[in-house]
Design a protein around this ligand. Structure first.
Ligand SMILES: [Zn+2]
Ligand SMILES: [Zn+2]
Length: 158
């Protein structure tokens, strides 16, 4: 019984940490769109995707380098550094490991892939590309919950 209670409370803690982390990333992305220096770097990412369309995996991704130096600065400002700070503050280092595996191996393959959709389990692909066409919508990384809650949600046309 005690093991069961421990297991439930541990999983609740992990789910809560994941939600809190995605909440931070949502607001950093959303506020970043209106913050001078971040905006410049982030707009380079938007421009790159709008010109080149989908991205491919490249060994540079292993060093969390994406597309261009400015897009990489954007990735570090809006995702990598906030994730490390989040892990440091909460002690949930598994989130940084999870994020590294995602950013180094998967993100460039699925995030801007117009054929990809695992919605509502993952906001990559079709759903995230709505954000590139309409930058006031769909800020969420991984889950759409915060966009739904804060009314920035926009479905993609299938
Ligand atoms: Zn993007
Ligand atoms: Zn954006």
């Amino acid at each position: 019984m005690r093991l069961c209670v421990n297991l439930i409370s541990k999983s609740m803690e992990y789910i809560f940490a994941f939600l809190a982390w995605t909440f931070c990333l949502y607001w950093i992305h959303r506020v970043g769109h209106k913050t001078p220096v971040v905006k410049t770097a982030h707009h380079d990412h938007h421009k790159f995707i709008n010109i080149h369309g989908k991205t491919k995996w490249h060994w540079n991704n292993l060093f969390l380098f994406n597309d261009t130096w400015t897009s990489t600065a954007d990735l570090w400002i809006t995702e990598v550094i906030p994730t490390l700070i989040f892990s440091w503050v909460t002690g949930h280092w598994w989130i940084s490991v999870f994020y590294y595996l995602w950013a180094a191996l998967i993100q460039e393959v699925v995030e801007h892939n117009p054929k990809f959709s695992l919605y509502p389990f993952l906001t990559s692909g079709k759903w995230h590309l709505v954000h590139h066409r309409d930058p006031g919508k769909n800020f969420g990384l991984f889950i759409p919950v915060w966009d739904i809650l804060f009314k920035t949600y926009k479905p993609y046309a299938s």
